[in-house]
Unconditional design. Sequence first.
Length: 93
Amino acid sequence: MKSITIHGIDSDLNKKISEKSKEYGLSQNRTVKLILKNTLLADQKASRKQMFSDLFGKWTPAEKTEFEERIIDLEKVMDSRTRSRNRCETAHV
């Protein structure tokens, strides 16, 4: 793994790094690496989200209502199974 040295860190930045390392419970070195990773690689995470964005959170209010109407019977079945299972578990205690 490659190592780098950063010269000339001002006191305000050094203080902030120190505060963050205490907050995270990590060494200053690990804290700086974590901050760099989260900052510089954030674009990769964002682009991954964008690849699948057409699949998530795109329902219109009408589509949401239609979906909820279609699954209402399934929710009733799940509720009755949960109640039945809870009664069985209580009976065995």
